[in-house]
Design a protein around this ligand. Structure first.
Ligand code: SAM
Length: 297
């Protein structure tokens, strides 16, 4: 286990993942009934943006660093409001010094009766999470293998919930594991919302993953994708994707409001591109728009 999220916290991929997650939670909270958030690969919850690790890569400066202080078009500000509120609460208003990971982001959105289970295998990180949330009775911290934890915690007793599966992609086969985890989660908790995160590096592998999900027999699978670089001659991180199974009503318009802006703003090399598309679902029409002429593959 070499992956340390401290090197990447607040980068372009985190921005898309966390803005989408906050929108999902916010939309699900339109109903009063309590919900549970489950984070199988949680990290430490809060990241110091001036730590040695963060300074070494500087990735956050090309992610959240490009949004803070920017004037956002009103529809983008609305769509990203739950996320940006927490970013500012945790990070500071003018100069950003910290960044909320998924556990802290969602914890700050929880209502009194909502609950969350955050799981992290790395012993020191799990201990840090346990210390951080010791006084919040809504939060339970586990330190298990994430794929095992998923089976242990589903279904939640609230019968309403969001599960984020955000592995480090250190080992081959993580995309296959994500697809299996989605089926497992569906078998245990068919109405739950599940979010899968993955890097876009090996384009053929990502295309095969999409086809596999599209043919899985599951309905209501939404794909959200950002590309910040054009295709590279050697495999390199060109973007990131999220699959949202059973997205809450209202998520697509929020994503369609924020993604063109994010693709243009976070692009590193070329104009950037985005997709919000049903891989499987009730909606017949797919959306596939670009902020520039970059090819998808
Ligand atoms: N979800 C976090 C967020 O958005 O702020 C980031 C998570 S990071 C991408 C992946 C995390 O998974 C790392 O903190 C790593 O220590 C942890 N990890 C690695 N292998 C794991 C496993 N088998 N089970 C659970 N966690 C694991």
């Amino acid at each position: 286990m070499n992956y340390r999220h401290a090197y990447h916290a607040g980068n372009f991929a985190d921005v898309v993942k966390h803005a989408t997650l906050a929108a999902v939670v916010d939309l699900m909270q339109r109903k009063e009934t309590p919900l549970r958030f489950i984070d199988t690969h949680a990290g430490v919850g809060v990241y110091d943006l001036h730590s040695e690790a963060a300074e070494k890569t500087g990735e956050w400066r090309n992610g959240i660093g490009r949004l803070v202080g920017a004037v956002l078009p009103p529809e983008v500000a609305d769509a990203m409001a739950p996320y940006l509120r927490v970013v500012h609460e945790v990070g500071g208003k003018r100069k950003l010094v910290r960044y909320p990971g998924s556990p802290e982001l969602v914890r700050r959105l929880l209502r009194g009766d909502d609950r969350m289970v955050v799981n992290e295998l790395h012993a020191e990180d799990a201990a840090e999470l346990a210390r951080r949330y010791a006084r919040d009775p809504r939060v339970k911290v586990l330190s298990l293998d994430g794929w095992t934890a998923l089976k242990a915690v589903l279904p939640p007793k609230e019968r309403r919930g969001v599960t984020l599966i955000d592995p480090p992609f250190e080992e081959p086969g993580e995309l296959d594991r994500l697809a299996v985890a989605l089926s497992d989660a569906h078998r245990r908790f068919a109405t739950g919302t599940v979010m899968l995160w993955y890097p876009i590096k090996d384009l053929a592998a990502v295309a095969a993953f999409e086809r596999r999900l599209a043919g899985s027999g599951l309905e209501k699978i939404l794909l959200v994708e950002i590309r910040v670089r054009p295709r590279q001659p050697v495999p390199a991180l060109v973007g990131a994707g999220l699959v949202v199974h059973n997205p809450p009503f209202g998520l697509v318009p929020r994503l369609e409001a924020m993604m063109p802006f994010l693709a243009a703003r976070l692009a590193l090399d070329g104009p950037g591109s985005w997709r919000v598309e049903w891989l499987a679902g009730e909606r017949p029409k797919a959306t596939d728009r670009r902020s520039g002429p970059m090819s998808h593959d």
